[in-house]
Write a protein that binds this ligand. Sequence first.
Ligand code: ITT
Length: 202
Amino acid sequence: MTTLLIATSNPGKVAELAAMLEGLNCRVIGFADLPETPAIVEETGLTFAENALLKAEHYHRLTGLPALADDSGLEVDALDGRPGVYSARYGGDQLSSAEQIHLLLGEMKDVPDHQRTARFVCNIALLGDGLNQMFEGRCEGLIAHEPRGDHGFGYDPIFIDAELGRTFAELTREEKAPRSHRGIALFQARQFLAEWLKSFPS
Ligand code: ITT
């Protein structure tokens, strides 16, 4: 059976990606299943797509396995698209998610409701021998005035789903999956993988 590596060190992403890939005709593994933790990749790209490809290439080269890498982040219109590709490192490498949220809300304190538009963006790269595909997902929302909810990870407590009026952290994983940037990108990746895997013995 083919093995697919989920090439991310972010436990929040691993949980979401693994759940969304369930039932595919392959064995899905993460870094936790590898004997040595792979070296971190420097994310030098200027776009989510460039960084997703950098990560997938790096981990495919390192392990020989087909790799699925995700580069994602939050674009806030009132902050000219920040934090964007720097979402994980916003305010410096040492800040926790709660501290990053605090920083961002501070920058947004005078921004009125109708100007608090934002989106999550996710690019997924699939790379392996005979495999080279990119997928993108986006979801629109608003930045809350204060964090709400305990689910998810990262900026979920301040991202209000435009349709539901609840933050992503107030949604269960099952509710977030089909409407999130990652879910939208992964839905396409999953359909592609299902076809691709047909050429391998199960
Ligand atoms: P890997 O590079 O190892 O995958 P990372 O966390 O560094 O892990 P990124 O460089 O893609 O990944 O940064 C994504 C950041 O964007 C992530 O750390 C969160 O802060 C934020 N983010 C992405 N998707 C999110 C989601 O669904 N909910 C909340 N925040 C999210």
